[in-house]
Design a protein around this ligand. Structure first.
Ligand SMILES: CC(C)(COP(=O)(O)OP(=O)(O)OC[C@H]1O[C@@H](n2cnc3c(N)ncnc32)[C@H](O)[C@@H]1OP(=O)(O)O)[C@@H](O)C(=O)NCCC(=O)NCCS
Length: 189
């Protein structure tokens, strides 16, 4: 593995993935404060103060060294400069060289392939820059758009835990997707 290297800016066809700054507060608030966005996340729609706290953590999240550290990159539309969402890569296990991918796109921009485009860039960072062996993605199986993103990225559905989490007054399930470094290399060649 090659941990500890700060990730600066990654360019895709339509997106600039770059570290967060305090000026991103309105854009982050615009999607983190919406209940339809957080419906299947582990946290509820955030207040102003909660978004500030979350943004501070994102601003600091530019290097992965220890388990639990994460990279957070703002997804900026190259065409307009607007921040439309974010991507995260967390070091799930250092011993087992495994990361976890996360993403949110503002609903105004859904369905245009942005999560898949940025997700692919995050997998490239995970496997090619950090040298991880395995990347997972976890989601509530009713989150069909997120499942589709992981499938389009070529990740394998490995598990479906039935009602293993009690969230928002109901039992929720969890699907686990994964990709290995050799599968990434095979897909990239
Ligand atoms: C999941 C999310 C990031 C997807 O962002 P996006 O930019 O719209 O994703 P993409 O455009 O790359 O791909 C979405 C795919 O899901 C499909 N889709 C969307 N809603 C769907 C639904 N209700 N049922 C089935 N498929 C659906 C789209 O048609 C598209 O697939 P296609 O290219 O084969 O047509 C976005 O919905 C989101 O931010 N949701 C809220 C936060 C969240 O749940 N994050 C993931 C946590 S695990």
């Amino acid at each position: 593995m090659n941990l500890g290297k700060p990730v600066s800016v990654v360019e895709t066809d339509r997106l600039l993935l770059r570290p967060f700054t305090p000026a991103d507060f309105p854009a982050v608030y615009a999607y983190q404060s919406r209940a339809d966005v957080t419906r299947y996340l582990l946290w509820d729609a955030r207040t102003d103060d909660q978004v500030r706290e979350a943004l501070d953590k994102k601003i600091a999240a530019t290097t992965i060294v220890s388990e639990g550290d994460f990279l957070a990159l703002a997804a900026e539309l190259k065409e307009t400069g607007a921040v439309i969402g974010d991507f995260t890569l967390e070091l799930f296990s250092r011993e087992h060289a495994t990361g976890e991918l996360g993403y949110i796109i503002h609903p105004d921009h859904h369905g245009r392939g942005y999560a898949t485009e940025g997700g692919r860039a995050m997998l490239s960072i995970a496997f090619e820059e950090l040298g991880l062996h395995r990347v997972i993605g976890r989601l509530e199986p009713r989150n069909a758009a997120s499942a589709r993103v992981l499938e389009k990225l070529g990740m394998r559905r490995e598990a479906h835990f039935v009602e293993n989490e009690y969230l928002r007054g109901e039992w929720q399930s969890e699907a686990v997707y994964a990709m290995l470094d050799r599968e990434w290399r095979a897909g990239a060649s």
